[in-house]
Design a protein around this ligand. Structure first.
Ligand code: GLA
Length: 390
């Protein structure tokens, strides 16, 4: 694929790609819908991601092409852009606009993107394309932003240009990911530790529901504002900035302040999930995969019952996993509303797991999921020319 990408660039633009970059996608092991509530999350970068080949042009044009989509854009350099429709190029366009507004003179750019993250799968293809673009521009224009600044600006593009009020987890994970490590990230302070994701005899399976995600963005923003309302209620008596500033015991003492049943459920998920991440970190460092798996199932149940972002497709996967003795734990990962589940599966049994989960899901849902075994990879970086020339 990498060599094809290089050839495609030459075919489209009639010249060689001078620079190449890659940013991965991510899975989140545990800590869901926590980042915008100032708590702890545990994502990892995966080896699927977004490639960007780019060369400057003299015409003062930004040219966007993708091998995944037919829609393309040629647009002159100007001081501001607006999001147009739902097209993929809005993500890099929003990032470039940020650089221009921040006073970085640019020149025309010929860009070719290719992603091998399944589209709409909840594995952060949007953070991946934002961060690869930000990293590339920082490099090409010599802007001197730190990696954390690139993460923050990519998040602000998602919030303000795209219109999704996401937290910082995805952009952080795809930028700072490390091979075979999970990131223990505090989304309030942005302190993090890369911890060994020693899974012993288990591997990480990704099961894509292949359910088209509809209304995911508006439902996501709805959850964000529900959390804000619950926080406002708690602030009547508690001096806190985020729901994750309190643990479950404190929450139980003050939960009467949240009088709306629905908001109470949302807030309970957040507070308990944040406590689960702390337990999961201990379990992982003790190589206690059974405990880690139990916490994954508990996380899934809470996302299903309290936060209500799962769905029959993701639930079917978790339900199957609970019956399979070769699976330590499973849960939906990412925002939910379709997308992917992850499972810790004994490596020696991955083949039969794959067959059985596909059969179970197909029987229940009517079509097949896709099942991958995933490697934990590095964050964003430059790709050496030789690598992409094949
Ligand atoms: C999406 C968002 C993240 C995070 C997760 C849920 O992936 O982009 O910021 O909120 O959902 O944990």
């Amino acid at each position: 694929m990498k060599s094809t990408l290089y050839k495609e660039f030459s075919k489209i633009y009639n010249k060689e790609a001078e620079n190449a970059f890659f940013s991965p996608g991510r899975v989140n092991l545990i800590g869901e819908h926590i980042d915008y509530n100032g708590g702890l999350v545990m994502p990892c970068a995966i080896t699927f991601g977004t490639y960007l080949l780019v060369s400057p042009n003299e015409e003062g044009l930004l040219r966007f092409r993708s091998l995944n989509f037919d829609d393309k854009l040629d647009i002159p350099l100007q001081s501001a852009y607006t999001k147009t429709g739902g097209s993929w190029f809005n993500y890099p366009l929003g990032v470039i606009e940020f650089f221009l507004k921040d006073g970085h003179p640019s020149h025309g750019l010929d860009m070719l993107f290719y992603g091998d993250i399944p589209i709409s799968s909840g594995l952060s293809s949007s953070a991946s394309i934002e961060v690869v673009t930000a990293f590339a521009l920082n490099n090409l224009l010599d802007c001197g932003y730190s990696k954390l600044e690139l993460v923050k600006l990519s998040k602000s593009v998602e919030n303000n240009f795209i219109g999704v009020n996401c937290g910082i987890m995805d952009q952080f994970a795809v930028a700072f990911g490390e091979k075979n490590k999970a990131l223990m990230l505090n989304c309030d302070t942005l302190d993090y530790q890369a911890v060994d994701s020693n899974l012993g005899e288990y591997i990480l399976a990704i099961i894509n529901t292949n359910k088209p995600r509809k209304l995911a963005e508006s439902k996501y923003n709805e959850r964000v504002s529900e959390c804000q309302s619950a926080l406002t209620s708690l602030k009547q008596e508690l001096d806190i900035n985020y729901l994750c500033d309190i643990d479950t015991a404190t929450f139980n003492r003050y939960s009467h302040l949240i009088t709306d049943e629905l908001l109470l459920k949302r807030a309970r998920h957040v507070v308990e999930e944040n406590d689960r991440v702390k337990l999961a970190a201990v379990a992982l460092s003790n190589n206690n995969l059974a405990e880690f798996g139990r916490l994954m199932y508990a996380s899934h149940d809470s996302l299903r019952d309290l936060y209500e972002v799962s769905g029959k497709e993701l639930d079917a996967i978790a339900e199957y996993c609970k019956t399979d003795a070769n699976v330590a734990g499973a849960r939906m990962t990412g925002a939910g509303f379709g997308g992917c589940a992850i499972a810790l599966v004994k490596e020696s049994a991955f083949g039969s797991f794959r067959q059985n989960v596909i059969a179970f899901y197909k029987d229940k849902i009517g079509y097949a999921p896709s099942v991958y075994s995933s490697l934990i990879g590095d964050g964003v970086g430059v790709l050496a020319g030789a690598m992409i020339r094949g």
